[in-house]
Design a protein around this ligand. Structure first.
Ligand code: CTP
Ligand code: CA
Length: 234
């Protein structure tokens, strides 16, 4: 049975993975969205199931086939994703927030389609869309855990370097701010990561200066590196 244990290191573990990108509706035909395909989240769910975990995948607007043996909960908005993740996280050993969650949503939802001449008194004007903040689901999961060690909480951070710091600098700052156990940092750009089959990430661990680099590799190989890091904490 030693071989089985080695092949199924997540046997008996309940894990929750969020994937995809939330869509925040403006009116019945329009939304604010992002470029996340959900591929990395699906790869995480696939590898966890293969390692024996009981997996719930909270999928936001993905066009992918559900991995075998995984329970899929479909959501659209950040608020729906929060509800679904919190429900599944209640008895989970691990929560991985791979979803790209909209930081803001339109303050108002128009029940009927917004017309080009939305304001008859100023027919050439364009409307201004007011936004409000969405909850930070990851930070709230960390806060709800309090002093407990469980669940292990993993965040993802899509970063671009800028004049204030490198991709890794931004990752370290975010790991400290979020308080999760691991932060998987990936470099994004219009042609990098989004929708691609390969990924390059840096896995940062809370309280450690050690960095695990994974890739460029398939999203399943990157997922395997993330679960290896999680297993070290479990
Ligand atoms: N996240 C979340 N809820 C949000 C926004 C993000 O749970 N409202 C999660 C993401 O799923 C991801 C992590 O937080 O695991 C980091 O997301 P990111 O957008 O990089 O972080 P933010 O705190 O939103 O910071 P930024 O200003 O860089 O967007
Ligand atoms: Ca964000």
């Amino acid at each position: 049975q030693a071989g089985a244990a080695a092949a199924q290191p997540l046997a008996g573990r309940r894990v929750v993975v969020s994937a995809g990108g939330t869509r925040e509706p403006l009116d019945p035909v329009r939304f604010l969205g992002n470029r996340s395909s959900g591929k990395q989240g699906y790869a995480l769910a696939t590898v966890a199931a293969r390692r024996g975990a009981d997996v719930t995948l909270v999928a936001a607007n993905t066009a992918l086939t559900a991995p075998e043996g995984v329970t899929v909960v479909r959501v659209q908005t950040a608020l729906e994703l929060q509800l679904a993740v919190e429900k599944a996280a209640a008895d989970a050993d691990v929560v991985v927030m791979a979803a790209a969650v909209a930081d803001f949503r339109p303050k108002a939802y128009a029940a009927s389609k917004i017309k080009k001449t939305h304001d008859v008194t100023a027919p050439d004007e364009a409307p201004t869309i007011e936004l409000v903040r969405n909850p930070d689901i990851l930070a709230e999961l960390v806060a709800a855990r309090g002093d407990e060690a469980s669940p292990v909480i993993v965040g993802f951070a899509a970063e671009t370097g800028d004049e204030t710091g490198s991709v890794l600098d931004h990752g370290r700052t975010k790991l400290a701010r979020k308080g999760c156990d691991l932060l998987v940092v990936n470099e994004v750009g219009e042609t990098k990561t989004f929708g691609q089959d390969e990924n390059t990430v840096h896995i940062l661990r809370q309280g450690s200066s050690h960095v695990v680099d994974a890739g460029p590799a398939s999203k399943e190989d990157v997922a395997a590196a993330v679960w290896d890091a999680v297993q070290q904490i479990l």
